[in-house]
Design a protein around this ligand. Structure first.
Ligand code: AMP
Ligand code: ZN
Length: 466
């Protein structure tokens, strides 16, 4: 499998550190508001990557953090006259709710900054001991000039970076590029005791601490949205590699922006839509289909027209699935009861191979979805009321399997007639056991109305279509 690596700026062959296992970390949300569908694009991409790696047999450990201490959270708490923790807890709960409605599975671990303060302090101490950090009146800064690889991810030299940087008036750092590891406490803000006095962590250090604690010194994949390459991920590399001396992450994956009129969807531009808003008009599975219709690195423009087109695309997949289910219930040709597949079914696995080929090429979900549509056309042109049970089942299984890798088509689980009948028969048996013969008769009538005739035999209840 090939994965585009921001560190090398090319598609690299993916080789995990430990055979069959993947350690993966994605930078999660700052929880001061509902997330928007731009954020969702990034969360969804990592969710689907993880699902795909698992589909390919890897054991994946996936960590996604919550930034629950931050200027924006503190600001919002001040505005609403509540404790910052109240804000972060509210939006963590909202994250899980919205993520679920978008089909984003929970990560294996969702660590929070507030639960990792000792680990954060430990790394800062190591950096200070090794001469990579300095303290000024309760603040601690990373000394960028001491880390020779600074700029290796964003491909910028220290000189270039320095020429554009300024020190803010209220900052006590030595060099404009130096960044805060620890910030001394300000009145009314959440703070913790540390060797440098009361304070709170800077933003970047939390990920270095959490990656180390939950996954180890070196991990396979680290990622986030493209806006995080610089400075966040550059700083994470500096902190982690300077403190422990090991290479930090082997593959850096960055997701392209979801834009509106070619501008990044963001809270600050106020051009965002939340999943909650979209859900008033569309099933959120449409948003998932929309995102995966493009390659994760391409910028994508969001518009109502494109969402409408995505809805039509997803409807076609559901129609294909429902059509197969319908035929499973009604097929009546001479082969209807045969579990053997017909010759056309032998072609189906080639679509799986093509799908895997697309996904193995830097996770190309756009091509993957095209393959699924090709397969749907093939299935539609072959299935008829004459199809055998085996053929229909095979077509159903592969459609659900490939869509399932992307977390699609697994909603609206329609029950087949078979399942419905089995449930009703069981209910009737129970009613008879309970000597509720009235209910038992009613169920028999309900089944009769569906064209199902029951036969009590010594082996139990048998049923057939009338
Ligand atoms: P934040 O809560 O702002 O830290 O963002 C959470 C995640 O969403 C980060 O990985 C960001 O890089 C990502 N992100 C933010 N805006 C967008 C966007 N418009 N398109 C894609 N990803 C985004
Ligand atoms: Zn991070």
């Amino acid at each position: 499998m090939k994965l585009y690596n921001t560190l090398t700026r090319k598609k690299d062959e993916f080789i995990p550190i430990e055979t069959g296992k993947i350690k993966m970390y994605a930078c999660g949300p700052t929880v001061y508001n509902y997330f928007h569908i731009g954020n969702a694009r990034t969360f969804m991409t990592f969710d689907a990557m993880r699902r795909y790696f698992q589909y390919r047999g890897y054991e994946v450990t996936f960590v996604q953090n919550f930034t629950d201490v931050d200027d924006k959270i503190i600001q919002k708490a001040l505005e609403e006259k509540v404790d910052p923790q109240e804000i972060s807890e509210k939006y963590i709960e909202a994250y899980f709710k919205d993520a679920e409605s978008l089909g984003i599975l929970k990560a294996d671990i969702h660590p929070k900054v507030t639960e990792n303060i000792p680990e954060i302090i430990d790394i800062i101490k190591q950096l200070e001991d090794k001469g990579f950090a300095y303290a000024v009146e309760g603040d601690v800064y990373f000394n960028v000039s001491k880390f020779k690889d600074y700029g290796k991810l964003s491909k910028q030299s220290l000189e270039d970076l320095q020429s554009g940087a300024r020190i803010e008036v209220n900052e006590s750092k030595q060099n404009p590029l130096d960044f805060a590891l620890w910030k001394s406490a300000k009145h009314g803000e959440p703070s913790w005791k540390s060797p440098w006095g009361e304070g709170r962590p800077g933003w970047h250090i939390e990920c270095s601490a959490m990656v180390k604690k939950y996954l180890g010194d070196t991990i396979d994949i680290h990622g986030g949205g493209g806006d995080l390459v610089f400075p966040h991920h550059e700083n994470e590399i500096a902190q982690s590699e300077a403190s422990c001396g090991a290479h930090f992450a082997n593959y850096w994956v960055h997701v392209g922006y979801l834009n509106v009129d070619n501008k990044k969807m963001s809270k600050s531009l106020n051009n965002f839509f939340t999943p909650r808003e979209i859900a008033q008009e569309y099933d959120l599975e449409v948003v998932r289909f929309f995102m995966f219709s493009a390659h994760y690195r391409s910028p994508v423009n969001f518009s109502k027209d494109l969402i409408e087109a995505a809805k039509n695309g997803l409807d076609r997949l559901y129609n294909a699935k429902n059509n197969i289910i319908h035929l499973m219930e009604t097929a009546s040709g001479i082969n209807a009861e045969t579990f053997e597949g017909e010759a056309w079914v032998n072609q189906l696995p080639t679509y799986r191979e093509k799908f895997i080929e697309a996904m193995d090429d830097d996770f190309n979900t756009a091509d993957g979805i095209s393959v699924i549509f090709e397969m749907v056309r093939y299935i539609n042109s072959n299935i008829t009321v004459e199809s055998s049970k085996g053929s229909l089942q095979k077509a159903y299984d592969i459609l659900v399997e490939l869509c399932g890798v992307l977390g699609l088509l697994d909603k609206k689980q329609e029950t087949t007639l078979e399942e419905e009948v089995e449930i009703l028969i069981e209910k009737r048996q129970q009613a008879r056991k309970d000597k509720d013969f009235k209910l038992a008769d009613e169920i028999r009538d309900e089944l009769k109305a569906k064209g199902i005739v029951l036969e009590d035999t010594p082996q139990g209840v048998k049923w057939k279509k009338a």
